[in-house]
Design a protein around this ligand. Structure first.
Ligand SMILES: [Fe+2]
Ligand SMILES: [Fe+2]
Length: 375
């Protein structure tokens, strides 16, 4: 005897599940449930959608709104007690995973001069993008890197790392980006606190930048076989210059303007095994065409102002704002200035999509590639 209503995702399409409930079938489903089993045809159309269905929603996190709250955390908790004093970005569709979008985590971390966070290692891959302040540094496996605004630094899977601000610096805020939700979903996350709480600096400051940071030149005798880039820090100055120079030699992408990927200089591949990153420049007045692809993206506005249209809705942004584009969401970007360029930093899970053979891309064909706005 059937005891309760059940989900039954029917579609009246040849090749898709379309089985009507009957008292006999409902009783059968009850028997299966008691055996920790179920009939696939009741859920097949739900678990195998026709196209990716992201539970994430597009969000803009405005720095003007968040900054005061981030600074206030300094008065409320110490880095020693908090471990990491971070305000994380919580996508309304992904709260149970503490994800900013998809399987990516992001947060804003603040440190005052003289503060040091304890050294640790984890299976999640991590990055930082510096938003404001002077004197910030990161140490990765004994390599100390000095950091300024719009610098991008890696703290890869399994490396000992710690962050601080030198005593003669200013309060610093940066964006953290990690694949914590992905690694947790894969049930593969480990976390270790350094036995001494701090690590010693074992090399000249910024040695990896000096060794690996010259484009087109490979240091003689330098070996590197780890799964992430030895160029642990990507500075803003050379990155912006590269975009400007590339802009003189190309019309750019119709979907992204002038875009350059941060890469591992040894392989030419992504900076880390699970997270890719890029910086793109939208030229004055530039308005890109819409496309969509698999992979989740978090953007930070490194320079300028404008807006993006994501799944038909307009999201205005300016310098230091952060926004996300969920997987398979239509998106296009507009530089709001007719005289200044705008630069967007992005990190994403594209290396995972490519490694697993899951990358797909589609152009928005109608309306000259521009999405109509929805109410
Ligand atoms: Fe960490
Ligand atoms: Fe895109």
């Amino acid at each position: 005897m059937a005891t309760k209503a059940r989900e039954n995702h029917r579609e009246d399409v040849a090749g898709r599940a379309n089985v009507e409930d009957t008292p006999e079938l409902l009783a059968y489903y009850d028997e299966l449930e008691r055996l920790e089993a179920g009939a696939l045809w009741t859920v097949a159309n739900k678990i195998e959608p026709w196209a990716p269905k992201s539970s994430s929603v597009p969000v803009v996190w405005r720095y003007d709104d968040l900054r005061a709250h981030v600074l206030r955390s300094v008065e409320l908790v110490s880095p020693e007690k908090a471990g990491r004093r971070v305000i994380y970005l919580n996508n309304p569709g992904r709260r149970e995973h503490a994800a900013a979008v998809g399987w990516l985590y992001s947060g804003l971390q603040v440190m005052h001069p003289g503060e040091v966070a304890s050294a640790h290692a984890h299976s999640a891959s991590a990055l930082r993008f510096i938003m404001e302040g002077e004197g910030a540094y990161t140490i990765v496996d004994g390599h100390k890197m000095t950091l300024g605004a719009n610098d991008f630094v890696l703290t890869p899977n399994g490396t000992w790392h710690e962050h601080g601000v030198s005593g003669d610096g200013t309060p610093c805020i940066w964006q953290d980006g990690l694949d914590i939700p992905l690694v947790n979903m894969l049930e593969a996350n480990f976390y270790v606190v350094h036995p001494d709480l701090q690590q010693s600096v074992g090399y000249p400051v910024d040695d990896m930048t000096h060794t690996w940071g010259s484009p087109g030149l490979r240091p003689a005798g330098a070996e590197w076989s780890k799964g992430y880039s030895p160029l642990l820090k990507y500075e803003w100055g050379p990155t912006y210059e590269a975009l400007q120079r590339y802009g003189k030699a190309t019309d750019g992408s119709p979907y992204d303007g002038i875009l350059m990927n941060y890469v591992n200089p040894v392989t030419g591949g992504p900076v880390m095994q699970t997270i890719g990153a890029s910086m793109q420049m939208l030229r004055p007045g530039e308005s890109t065409r819409a496309h969509r692809h698999t992979g989740s993206f978090i953007y930070q506005v490194a320079k300028g102002s404008g807006h993006s249209i994501i799944d038909g809705k307009r999201f205005d942004w300016k310098e230091r704002d952060i926004f996300c584009v969920p997987s398979w969401a239509w998106h296009e970007h507009v530089n709001g200035s007719a005289s200044e360029d705008a630069c967007l930093f992005t990190f994403n899970d594209l290396p995972v999509m490519h490694a697993l053979g899951l990358y797909r891309e589609e152009a928005f064909g109608d309306n000259s590639g521009r999405q109509p706005l929805v109410a």
